[in-house]
Design a protein around this ligand. Structure first.
Ligand SMILES: [Zn+2]
Length: 243
Protein backbone atom coordinates (compact mmCIF):
# COMPACT_ATOMS: atom_id res chain seq x y z
CA UNK A 1 0.00 0.00 0.00
CA UNK A 2 1.35 3.42 -0.91
CA UNK A 3 1.05 5.28 2.35
CA UNK A 4 2.49 8.36 0.70
CA UNK A 5 -0.87 8.67 -1.02
CA UNK A 6 -2.68 8.94 2.28
CA UNK A 7 -3.13 12.05 4.34
CA UNK A 8 -3.46 10.25 7.60
CA UNK A 9 -4.13 6.77 8.80
CA UNK A 10 -6.87 5.23 10.98
CA UNK A 11 -5.42 2.29 12.84
CA UNK A 12 -6.22 -0.15 15.56
CA UNK A 13 -9.16 -1.73 17.24
CA UNK A 14 -11.88 0.70 16.35
CA UNK A 15 -15.23 -0.51 15.09
CA UNK A 16 -15.65 2.84 13.45
CA UNK A 17 -13.62 1.82 10.45
CA UNK A 18 -12.61 4.23 7.79
CA UNK A 19 -13.28 7.85 8.44
CA UNK A 20 -13.75 10.30 5.66
CA UNK A 21 -11.29 13.13 5.56
CA UNK A 22 -13.86 15.91 5.55
CA UNK A 23 -13.45 16.77 1.91
CA UNK A 24 -9.89 15.56 1.89
CA UNK A 25 -9.09 12.97 -0.76
CA UNK A 26 -6.98 10.89 1.54
CA UNK A 27 -8.17 8.35 4.07
CA UNK A 28 -7.64 9.00 7.76
CA UNK A 29 -6.78 6.28 10.20
CA UNK A 30 -7.17 6.58 13.96
CA UNK A 31 -5.84 4.77 16.99
CA UNK A 32 -8.76 2.71 18.27
CA UNK A 33 -11.10 4.04 20.93
CA UNK A 34 -10.00 6.68 23.38
CA UNK A 35 -11.41 4.65 26.27
CA UNK A 36 -9.09 1.74 25.55
CA UNK A 37 -5.68 1.36 27.10
CA UNK A 38 -2.92 2.36 24.71
CA UNK A 39 0.54 1.00 25.41
CA UNK A 40 3.35 3.04 23.90
CA UNK A 41 7.05 2.27 23.69
CA UNK A 42 9.41 5.17 22.91
CA UNK A 43 13.02 4.42 22.03
CA UNK A 44 15.74 7.06 21.68
CA UNK A 45 19.50 6.72 21.35
CA UNK A 46 20.24 10.01 23.11
CA UNK A 47 18.58 11.99 25.85
CA UNK A 48 16.54 14.37 23.65
CA UNK A 49 15.78 12.17 20.62
CA UNK A 50 12.32 10.96 21.61
CA UNK A 51 11.13 14.48 22.38
CA UNK A 52 12.47 15.89 19.11
CA UNK A 53 11.14 13.02 17.01
CA UNK A 54 7.70 12.41 18.49
CA UNK A 55 7.23 14.73 21.47
CA UNK A 56 4.23 16.47 19.95
CA UNK A 57 2.60 13.16 19.14
CA UNK A 58 3.11 11.93 22.70
CA UNK A 59 1.55 15.11 24.09
CA UNK A 60 -1.41 14.71 21.74
CA UNK A 61 -1.91 11.03 22.57
CA UNK A 62 -1.88 11.78 26.28
CA UNK A 63 -4.33 14.63 25.81
CA UNK A 64 -6.78 12.53 23.82
CA UNK A 65 -6.55 9.10 25.40
CA UNK A 66 -7.71 8.40 28.89
CA UNK A 67 -5.47 5.43 29.53
CA UNK A 68 -1.95 5.47 28.15
CA UNK A 69 0.97 3.48 29.46
CA UNK A 70 4.36 4.66 28.26
CA UNK A 71 7.71 2.93 28.40
CA UNK A 72 10.33 5.55 27.60
CA UNK A 73 13.87 4.31 27.01
CA UNK A 74 16.98 6.41 26.41
CA UNK A 75 20.06 4.40 25.55
CA UNK A 76 22.88 6.86 26.14
CA UNK A 77 23.31 9.53 28.74
CA UNK A 78 25.85 10.99 31.15
CA UNK A 79 24.98 12.28 34.61
CA UNK A 80 23.99 15.78 33.52
CA UNK A 81 22.05 14.69 30.47
CA UNK A 82 20.32 11.97 32.48
CA UNK A 83 18.94 14.61 34.82
CA UNK A 84 17.79 16.63 31.83
CA UNK A 85 16.18 13.58 30.25
CA UNK A 86 14.30 12.67 33.43
CA UNK A 87 13.05 16.21 33.83
CA UNK A 88 11.90 16.37 30.22
CA UNK A 89 10.23 12.95 30.28
CA UNK A 90 8.33 13.84 33.45
CA UNK A 91 6.87 16.86 31.67
CA UNK A 92 6.00 15.07 28.43
CA UNK A 93 4.47 12.13 30.33
CA UNK A 94 2.68 14.09 33.05
CA UNK A 95 -0.72 12.80 31.92
CA UNK A 96 0.27 9.16 31.43
CA UNK A 97 -1.73 6.52 33.29
CA UNK A 98 1.55 4.78 34.01
CA UNK A 99 5.03 5.65 32.93
CA UNK A 100 8.35 3.92 33.15
CA UNK A 101 11.41 5.92 32.18
CA UNK A 102 14.69 4.07 31.69
CA UNK A 103 17.93 5.93 31.06
CA UNK A 104 20.90 3.76 30.12
CA UNK A 105 24.51 4.74 29.63
CA UNK A 106 25.67 2.97 26.51
CA UNK A 107 28.53 5.11 25.14
CA UNK A 108 27.28 7.71 22.70
CA UNK A 109 28.62 7.54 19.10
CA UNK A 110 29.86 3.97 19.67
CA UNK A 111 26.61 2.00 19.37
CA UNK A 112 27.77 0.05 16.26
CA UNK A 113 30.65 -1.29 18.34
CA UNK A 114 28.49 -2.12 21.36
CA UNK A 115 25.95 -4.15 19.46
CA UNK A 116 26.10 -7.27 21.62
CA UNK A 117 25.33 -5.43 24.85
CA UNK A 118 22.62 -3.32 23.23
CA UNK A 119 21.03 -6.38 21.66
CA UNK A 120 20.99 -8.14 25.04
CA UNK A 121 19.25 -5.11 26.53
CA UNK A 122 16.62 -5.16 23.76
CA UNK A 123 15.93 -8.81 24.55
CA UNK A 124 15.29 -7.93 28.19
CA UNK A 125 12.92 -5.13 27.23
CA UNK A 126 11.11 -7.47 24.83
CA UNK A 127 10.19 -9.76 27.72
CA UNK A 128 8.85 -6.85 29.76
CA UNK A 129 6.68 -4.86 27.37
CA UNK A 130 4.09 -5.60 24.71
CA UNK A 131 3.37 -2.22 23.12
CA UNK A 132 0.55 -1.29 20.76
CA UNK A 133 2.81 1.21 19.05
CA UNK A 134 6.56 1.75 19.02
CA UNK A 135 8.33 5.00 18.19
CA UNK A 136 11.93 4.58 17.13
CA UNK A 137 14.61 6.09 14.92
CA UNK A 138 14.51 6.25 11.12
CA UNK A 139 16.23 3.29 9.48
CA UNK A 140 18.29 5.55 7.17
CA UNK A 141 19.19 8.16 9.77
CA UNK A 142 22.80 9.24 9.23
CA UNK A 143 23.69 9.09 12.92
CA UNK A 144 25.15 5.66 13.58
CA UNK A 145 23.62 5.34 17.07
CA UNK A 146 20.16 6.11 15.68
CA UNK A 147 20.48 3.41 13.02
CA UNK A 148 21.51 0.77 15.57
CA UNK A 149 18.44 1.48 17.69
CA UNK A 150 16.22 1.39 14.60
CA UNK A 151 17.67 -1.90 13.37
CA UNK A 152 17.31 -3.59 16.75
CA UNK A 153 13.75 -2.30 17.07
CA UNK A 154 12.72 -4.15 13.92
CA UNK A 155 14.82 -7.13 14.92
CA UNK A 156 13.12 -7.35 18.33
CA UNK A 157 9.42 -6.60 17.67
CA UNK A 158 8.10 -8.42 14.66
CA UNK A 159 4.35 -8.19 15.07
CA UNK A 160 3.94 -4.57 16.13
CA UNK A 161 3.21 -1.18 14.66
CA UNK A 162 6.53 0.68 14.41
CA UNK A 163 6.75 4.34 13.44
CA UNK A 164 10.20 5.77 12.74
CA UNK A 165 10.66 9.43 13.64
CA UNK A 166 13.05 11.99 12.19
CA UNK A 167 15.79 14.09 13.78
CA UNK A 168 17.02 17.23 11.95
CA UNK A 169 20.81 17.43 11.89
CA UNK A 170 23.95 18.82 10.20
CA UNK A 171 24.37 15.65 8.12
CA UNK A 172 21.27 16.45 6.12
CA UNK A 173 19.28 13.27 6.06
CA UNK A 174 15.76 14.63 5.93
CA UNK A 175 13.74 12.29 3.79
CA UNK A 176 10.24 11.80 2.53
CA UNK A 177 8.15 10.39 5.39
CA UNK A 178 4.90 8.62 4.60
CA UNK A 179 2.89 8.87 7.83
CA UNK A 180 1.77 12.11 9.45
CA UNK A 181 0.19 13.01 12.75
CA UNK A 182 -1.41 16.48 12.50
CA UNK A 183 -0.79 18.76 15.47
CA UNK A 184 -1.99 22.16 16.57
CA UNK A 185 0.44 25.02 17.05
CA UNK A 186 0.05 25.05 20.85
CA UNK A 187 1.20 21.43 21.09
CA UNK A 188 4.21 22.07 18.86
CA UNK A 189 5.18 25.14 20.87
CA UNK A 190 4.81 23.21 24.14
CA UNK A 191 7.10 20.53 22.76
CA UNK A 192 9.70 23.12 21.74
CA UNK A 193 9.47 24.95 25.06
CA UNK A 194 10.00 21.80 27.14
CA UNK A 195 12.96 20.86 24.93
CA UNK A 196 14.58 24.27 25.30
CA UNK A 197 13.91 24.46 29.04
CA UNK A 198 15.01 20.91 29.82
CA UNK A 199 18.12 20.37 27.71
CA UNK A 200 20.30 23.30 28.67
CA UNK A 201 23.49 21.42 27.68
CA UNK A 202 22.27 21.30 24.08
CA UNK A 203 21.56 24.99 23.64
CA UNK A 204 25.06 25.67 22.31
CA UNK A 205 24.38 23.49 19.28
CA UNK A 206 23.43 25.66 16.33
CA UNK A 207 20.56 23.41 15.27
CA UNK A 208 19.01 23.05 18.73
CA UNK A 209 16.49 25.85 18.67
CA UNK A 210 12.78 26.41 18.96
CA UNK A 211 12.47 27.54 15.35
CA UNK A 212 14.10 24.31 14.10
CA UNK A 213 11.46 22.22 15.84
CA UNK A 214 8.54 24.44 14.90
CA UNK A 215 9.53 24.99 11.28
CA UNK A 216 9.99 21.30 10.57
CA UNK A 217 6.56 20.64 12.07
CA UNK A 218 5.10 23.37 9.88
CA UNK A 219 6.62 21.84 6.74
CA UNK A 220 5.28 18.41 7.66
CA UNK A 221 1.91 20.05 8.27
CA UNK A 222 2.01 21.43 4.73
CA UNK A 223 2.87 18.00 3.36
CA UNK A 224 -0.12 16.31 4.99
CA UNK A 225 -2.59 19.15 4.54
CA UNK A 226 -2.90 19.35 8.31
CA UNK A 227 -6.09 21.15 9.36
CA UNK A 228 -4.12 22.50 12.31
CA UNK A 229 -1.15 23.56 10.12
CA UNK A 230 1.46 21.48 11.95
CA UNK A 231 2.40 17.81 12.08
CA UNK A 232 5.05 15.32 13.02
CA UNK A 233 6.07 12.86 10.34
CA UNK A 234 7.09 9.23 10.46
CA UNK A 235 8.14 6.33 8.29
CA UNK A 236 5.74 3.39 8.48
CA UNK A 237 7.38 0.47 6.69
CA UNK A 238 4.53 -1.95 7.15
CA UNK A 239 1.07 -2.06 8.62
CA UNK A 240 -1.95 -4.27 8.27
CA UNK A 241 -5.42 -2.88 7.73
CA UNK A 242 -8.35 -4.87 8.99
CA UNK A 243 -11.42 -4.24 6.88
ZN1 LIG B 1 20.36 11.33 18.88
Amino acid sequence: MAFRELVGVHLGKSERGWVSGGGCKMVQLQFGQSKELLRVLCLGAHSDDIEIGCGGTILRLLAQFRYVEVNWIVFSSGRERKAEALNSASQFLAKATRREVTIRNFPGSFFPFKGEAIKAFFERVKRQVSPDIIFTHYRHDLHQDHRVVSDFTWNTWRNHLILEYEIPKYDGDMGVPNMFIPLDEATVRTKARILMDSFKTQRTKQWFSEDTFCSLARIRGVECNSPERYAEAFYCRKATIQL
